[in-house]
Write a protein that binds this ligand. Structure first.
Ligand SMILES: [Zn+2]
Length: 265
């Protein structure tokens, strides 16, 4: 595989054609619907074609700070996005699987709406659907308990489909989207290809090491999303889950304590 600048340039040209806003004339903002009047007053423009609020890259950004995607925030420093793959033993434990479909759907929709249906990292959106909801986990390892870690839910984030591929590099390889993921890492973080390649290698090494560990789960962040209880089918393989009240029943039930609320970002 040859990752020459000419190769990347060629591929980036293809990405321009596919509608990604790489030319950087504009910055698309994360403006939730409730903020639309405030964004307009501040001087943002509604882009019909892009279906989002935008400012020019030349516009002073102070007034728009709360709506700026991560890579455009004045105080943020790269990396703005990293690849951190879910260890293999944790694959079955995700909100999409643990929560009833309608509850996950409500969270996913809220996440997208809070971000103005634009990527919270780059401001982009996908050609077929705007953003995808990524569960962001923190992997806590304690030297006192080697081989056992805690996968802690931090938040949900709205990512454009391209930024989302970065989060699941292994899947991106299978889906034929690996190059696209690496190029997005270069673009968003302003990295050279060498830096990006090194990061990807480290991400796979970390994934392999963590996949050999036993994981417990902390879903306490769900409480901030209005969910303080989850009801799970009792099963001998169920990993320990903390942070919310876990009720085990013989069959999966829909008895949830759920209320919509603002998501922590
Ligand atoms: Zn993005």
């Amino acid at each position: 595989m040859s990752w020459t600048p000419a190769f990347l340039q060629k591929h980036n040209d293809l990405m321009y054609l596919s509608g990604m806003e790489r030319e950087q004339s504009y910055i698309f903002l994360n403006v939730p619907f409730a903020d639309k009047d405030a964004a307009k007053r501040a001087g943002a423009f509604w882009d019909m074609e892009g279906r989002g609020w935008r400012i020019s890259t030349e516009t002073p950004r102070a007034k728009f700070e709360r709506w700026l995607p991560r890579m455009f925030q004045p105080d943020a420093r790269p990396p703005y996005i990293v690849s951190e793959m879910v260890p293999a033993p944790c694959w079955g434990v995700n909100l999409r699987s643990l929560l009833p479909a309608e509850v996950w759907e409500a969270l996913r929709r809220e996440c997208s709406q809070q971000a103005g249906h634009r990527c919270q990292v780059c401001g982009g959106r996908g050609p077929d659907w705007p953003v995808e909801c990524n569960e962001q986990w923190q992997y806590l390892e304690d030297p006192a308990t080697p081989g056992i870690g805690v996968q802690k839910l931090l938040r949900l984030a709205a990512l454009c489909p391209t930024c989302h591929t970065i989060k699941h590099l292994g899947k991106a390889q299978i889906d034929g989207r690996y190059k696209q993921a690496l190029e997005q890492l270069c673009y968003v973080n302003g990295w050279s290809f060498e830096q990006t390649d090194e990061h990807a290698e480290q991400a796979f090494d970390t994934w392999e090491r963590r996949s050999g560990m036993e994981w417990h789960f902390d879903l306490g962040a769900l409480v901030g999303m209005g969910i303080d209880k989850i009801v799970l089918r009792a099963s001998p393989g169920l990993p320990p889950i903390a942070g919310v009240d876990v009720v085990l029943v013989p069959d999966l039930s829909l008895a949830f304590g759920f209320a919509t609320g603002a998501l922590p970002f």
